[in-house]
Design a protein around this ligand. Structure first.
Ligand SMILES: NC(=O)c1ccc[n+]([C@@H]2O[C@H](COP(=O)([O-])OP(=O)(O)OC[C@H]3O[C@@H](n4cnc5c(N)ncnc54)[C@H](O)[C@@H]3O)[C@@H](O)[C@H]2O)c1
Length: 395
C-alpha cells in the first residue's frame, strides 16, 4: 500500500492459534492500525496485546467496540461462533473479516449475508490461499493457456494430529472442532476445497464424499471426496496419516500444473516430446531444469526476505482494506462464500449418510437392541433418500 497514514482502525476477536498470524500480518499493512484485541479469556487477550503491541485488550466485545471504535474487526474464534459474532459486529456498524469456515452451515451463511445487505457493511472470508504467491503464479500459467481449459483439479491436505492443536482435538471429545457438524473436516477442508471450486462454474456441483476413522481414532479423520461439475471435476483427499502437505494439481488437455504450497514450487506435468527411451532422459532433464528454476526463484525471494507462510493472508487483508477504502467489491465474492458452504454441507451429509448406511448393513444380523438402533438409523436413511433425490435433480 502506498499511503503511510493508517486510515483503518482494526480490531480482532479470538486470541487463539491463528490470531497471531493475523496480528503479525495486519501490522505490516500501512493503511491499517491495530487498536484492540478481545477474547473471552482476558489473559489471552492481554498476552496477544503484549506480543503485538496492541494498545487495548478486552474480554467484553461491547466495551471493545465502544472504546476502541474499530472500522474492521477480524473474527478468529471457533466456527460455531462466526455467524453470531459477525452478525453482531455488522449490526454495530463495522466491517468484518471472518476466518474460514464462514459458518457451520448454509442457512447460517445465508442469514449472515442478508445482514451484510441490510447493514451495508462488507464482509471478507479467509480464503487466503487463493492469494498465496504460488497459487497466483499457477493462475497466471492457466490464464496463459499452458495447460488448456481446466478439466480437473485435485487437492491434497496432509494434517497429522501430532501437533499441539491436533493433540487437543484428539484428547478432548468435547473440543469445539469435534462438535462441528463436519467435525475435523469442517475446520480444515475449506482451503483445499476452494482451490477446486475456483475452477468450477457450477452453483451446485455433484458431490460424492466418504469419511472414516483411521487406526484407533474415535472420530472420522480421513476424507475422500469427488466433485463433478458440467466441465470440470475435482477430487479432494484429506488425511491425518500423511506428512503435513498442501498440494493441488490443476489439469487440462495440454498438461497439468502441480502446486506445492509448502515448498512454494510449481511443476508442469506434460508428456515427453521424444519417443521411447529418449523420453526417459528428457523427462528427468526437464524436472531437473524446473527444480533449478524453482530453486533460483525461491533463493531470490529468500534474499529479499520475501518468503512468508501467511503471504496470501496479508495480500487478502490488503485487498479487503483497499475495497473498504475505495467502496469497491470485497475480494471474495459473496456467491462464492455461499457456494463453498453449500458444497461443504453436502459433503458432510453424504459422509454421515454413508456411515449410517454402513452401520445399517452391519446391523442386519439379529441383535437384542437391533430395533432401537434401527430406529436411530431411520433419520440417516431419510437423509440418504434426500441426498439421492437432490443429486438426481442436479444431474
Ligand atoms: N487461515 C488459516 O490457515 C487458519 C488456520 C487455523 C485456524 N483457522 C480458523 O480460525 C478460527 C479459529 O481457529 P483457532 O485454531 O485459532 O482456534 P483456537 O481455539 O486456538 O482459538 C479460538 C479463540 O477464540 C476465543 N473465543 C471463543 N469464543 C469466543 C467468543 N465468543 N468471544 C471471544 N473470544 C472467543 C477462545 O477463547 C480462543 O482463544 C477457526 O475458524 C479456524 O478454522 C484458520
Amino acid at each position: 500500500m502506498s499511503s503511510r497514514t493508517p486510515n483503518l482502525r482494526i480490531a480482532l476477536i479470538g486470541c487463539g492459534q491463528i490470531a497471531d498470524a493475523h496480528l503479525q500480518e495486519i501490522r505490516k499493512i500501512d493503511c491499517a492500525e491495530l487498536v484492540a484485541v478481545c477474547d473471552v479469556h482476558q489473559d489471552l487477550a492481554d498476552q496477544a496485546a503484549a506480543r503485538f503491541g496492541v494498545p487495548r485488550a478486552d474480554s467484553d466485545l461491547s466495551a471493545m467496540l465502544a472504546e476502541a471504535k474499530p472500522d474492521v474487526v477480524h473474527v478468529t474464534t471457533p466456527a460455531h461462533t462466526h455467524c453470531e459474532l459477525a452478525t453482531r459486529l455488522l449490526v454495530s456498524g463495522v466491517h468484518v473479516y471472518v476466518e474460514k469456515p464462514l459458518t457451520v452451515d448454509f442457512s447460517e451463511a445465508e442469514s449472515l449475508l442478508e445482514t451484510v445487505t441490510r447493514t451495508g457493511k462488507s464482509l471478507c472470508l479467509g480464503h487466503d490461499q487463493l492469494f498465496d504467491p504460488i497459487w497466483l503464479r499457477c493462475r497466471e500459467l492457466v490464464d496463459a493457456g499452458v495447460i488448456g481449459e481446466v478439466s480437473h483439479v485435485e487437492s491434497v491436505l496432509g494434517y497429522p494430529l501430532s501437533g499441539q492443536f491436533g493433540r487437543q482435538v484428539t484428547g478432548n471429545p468435547d473440543h469445539w472442532v469435534r462438535r462441528l457438524p463436519g467435525g475435523l473436516f469442517q475446520n480444515t477442508i475449506s482451503h483445499p476445497l476452494y482451490r477446486i471450486t475456483e475452477y468450477m462454474q457450477d452453483t451446485q456441483p455433484r458431490v460424492d464424499a466418504h469419511w472414516y476413522a483411521a487406526g484407533t481414532a474415535t472420530f472420522p479423520t480421513e476424507m475422500v471426496a469427488h466433485l463433478r461439475g458440467k466441465t470440470v471435476t475435482g477430487s479432494l483427499f484429506f488425511s491425518t496419516r500423511i506428512q503435513p502437505q498442501r498440494i493441488s494439481r490443476v489439469y487440462g488437455p495440454k498438461g497439468g500444473l502441480e502446486v506445492d504450497f509448502d515448498a512454494q514450487t510449481i511443476r508442469v506435468i506434460r508428456q515427453s516430446r521424444l519417443p521411447g527411451a529418449f523420453g526417459k532422459i528428457e523427462m528427468p532433464w526437464r524436472h531437473w531444469r524446473e527444480g533449478a528454476s524453482n530453486l533460483r526463484h525461491n533463493l531470490w525471494r529468500f534474499l529479499k526476505s520475501d518468503i512468508h507462510y501467511f503471504a496470501g493472508m496479508r495480500t487478502l487483508f490488503e485487498l479487503y482494506y483497499r475495497s473498504i477504502l475505495d467502496g469497491s467489491s470485497p475480494p471474495i465474492a459473496y456467491d462464492e462464500m455461499l457456494r463453498v458452504t453449500r458444497v461443504m454441507d453436502t459433503m458432510f451429509r453424504h459422509c454421515r449418510v454413508r456411515t449410517g448406511a454402513k452401520r445399517l448393513a452391519a446391523l442386519s444380523g439379529a441383535s437384542p437392541r437391533l430395533s432401537d438402533r434401527k430406529a436411530n438409523s431411520q433419520s440417516e436413511v431419510d437423509d440418504l433418500d434426500e441426498v439421492i433425490s437432490e443429486t438426481e435433480q442436479v444431474s
